[in-house]
Design a binder for this molecule. Structure first.
Ligand code: ZN
Length: 334
């Protein structure tokens, strides 16, 4: 497969780009062509397929980027990838511009460009650059998967915490799934944190830095992949806002409903009940059974996200099998 096609850009773009991009791409393409021809064939089949799930779309884009730039390419430039792919694969309707603006009530939008193609807009008043990156990836997902269904485009109000009063539209959920898998490729995250291994907020924070995503987005993706029994709880002022659990935690009943319509208090013995604390114990704290869960002791790790005024608690159930973790202090962008 030609390099430009594999990357999803025009040959003219490759020839005009500086900084050794072309030679880097050619090196990776040659290596893949000689070492693993099966990957190229699989890639071509995916190129031919038009019915892909959000996970498949993200895997397809990441496979091309891996082939072109190698695995140590994170974090990706969502703007460049979106514009290059669209210009190459859909030259009659490319993403012409990605622009920040005043979008009261909205995080982002995918709209028609006045001349041709599409524009991605994002709310420039969102304080977190990582949150904006996720929004851009979300809109790129709408472009790839949904633009034929909604020719008028999308205006998205995606929030970090789901609103129980607003049922999530299927297309919005798919765009979020695409964004998670595109920005945090499962195969790469599982190399950073093997699914059977214990982890902590420091390690998860390092991975959030690697992919340029919020700690919350990283934990949610990790929960989908890990075999550890683990539960994420987000709380504010002593009340639970929202929760997600790993599959193994769900199987043993260690989970909550994901969202509540009625306020539920955090257990008095928990770290989450210590409002606005900024110096939670680095290694977490053992919270005995009867507090978070009737049947399970947990190790609770917590961090206060001042941008959003909520506390992120990670409840780990398999602490008796925990492995040694690196002693790394990170700054969290939640
Ligand atoms: Zn959306």
């Amino acid at each position: 497969m030609p390099v430009a096609e594999a990357l999803g850009v025009t040959p003219e773009y490759l020839m005009s780009s500086g900084s050794g991009l072309l030679s880097t791409i050619q090196t990776h393409a040659r290596r893949n062509a000689t070492q693993d021809p099966g990957d190229g064939e699989a890639l071509e089949r995916r190129l031919m397929s038009e019915r892909r799930s959000p996970e498949e779309w993200a895997h397809f884009v990441n496979l091309v980027l891996d082939q072109a730039f190698g695995r140590e390419r994170h974090p990706v430039s969502v703007v460049e990838v979106a514009q290059m792919f669209s210009a190459s694969k859909y030259p009659s309707e490319p993403i012409m511009a990605v622009e920040g603006g005043e979008l009261p009530g909205f995080q982002g939008a995918l709209i028609r460009h006045p001349s041709r193609g599409w524009r991605i807009l994002y709310n420039r008043n969102v304080p977190s650059k990582r949150r904006i990156r996720f929004t851009l990836a979300h809109e790129f997902g709408h472009y790839l998967m949904h633009r034929a269904f909604r020719p008028e485009g999308f205006q998205c109000v995606a929030e970090e915490i789901p609103d129980p009063e607003q049922p999530i539209d299927r297309l919005e959920r798919e765009a979020d799934t695409f964004a998670s898998h595109f920005l945090i490729p499962p195969h790469d995250l599982m190399e950073q944190i093997p699914p059977t291994e214990w982890t902590d907020l420091n390690m998860l924070g390092c991975c959030a830095d690697r992919y340029g995503v919020s700690l919350l987005a990283l934990i949610r993706q990790w929960l989908r992949l890990t075999q550890q029994r683990a539960v994420l709880v987000v709380s504010r002022n002593g009340f639970i806002l929202w929760s997600e659990a790993s599959e193994t935690a769900k199987k043993c009943g260690a989970c909550f409903r994901e969202i509540w319509k009625e306020p539920v208090e955090t257990p008095a013995q928990s770290l989450a009940a210590r409002r606005h604390a900024t110096n939670y114990p680095k290694d977490g704290m053992l919270v005995p059974k009867g507090a978070w869960f009737q049947e399970h002791d947990v190790v609770e790790m917590a961090v206060y996200a001042d941008q959003y005024d909520f506390i992120i608690s990670l409840l780990m159930l398999d602490f008796d099998r925990q492995a040694t973790t690196p002693d790394i202090q990170g700054d969290f962008d939640c």
